[in-house]
Write a protein that binds this ligand. Structure first.
Ligand SMILES: [Zn+2]
Length: 165
């Protein structure tokens, strides 16, 4: 879904409410990805707020089983309209950790990409199919071998000195 900057600017209160219900490229889900996004023009910036709901296919890092996990993620992103760009700043920091995405000469916002990026950035690491997952027997053997690596023994003998008391 592409959202035209002009459409946002020409909407009442320069606010455009959109609904997405479908598939996102390169993202495997059970059922459609559903998103409600509100685009609001704020001077030279466009703010997007809303929510994304999706059942995303993940692979368990312990047993390698595939499973689905439901995500309900808030969206709050700000784009800078290319028309106001002086061509110097790629990312403008409004306040700590609040970056603006530069649209350059784009006249549309790629909502699919926004949804994709939001989901990818929020995937768990590691992803585990179940809190009680014991993992794959073969993988466990491998992990145990790793821990008993003599080169790692040294870490067991490090004493961390506490400052102060
Ligand atoms: Zn598992």
């Amino acid at each position: 879904m592409k959202v035209s900057v002009d459409d946002i600017k020409n909407s009442p209160n320069q606010t455009l409410k959109t609904s997405f219900n479908g598939n996102i490229k390169d993202l495997e889900t059970d059922g459609p990805v559903v998103a409600e996004l509100i685009f609001k023009c704020l001077g030279q910036c466009i703010n997007v707020k809303g929510q994304i709901v999706a059942n995303v296919k993940l692979t368990c890092d312990r047993c390698l089983k595939e499973f689905y996990q439901k995500f309900e993620l808030p969206v709050d992103e700000t784009y800078m309209s290319g028309a106001f760009n002086d061509g110097e700043n790629k990312e403008i920091e409004l306040k700590d950790g609040d970056f603006v995405i530069d649209l350059y000469d784009e006249t549309e916002i790629d909502a699919d990409d926004l949804i994709y990026q939001t989901l990818i950035l929020n995937l768990p690491n590691p992803s585990v199919c179940d809190i009680n997952c014991k993992g794959d027997a073969e993988m466990e053997k491998y992990l145990k071998k790793e821990v008993s690596d003599p080169r790692l023994e040294i870490f067991k003998n490090i004493n961390i000195r506490k400052e102060g008391k």
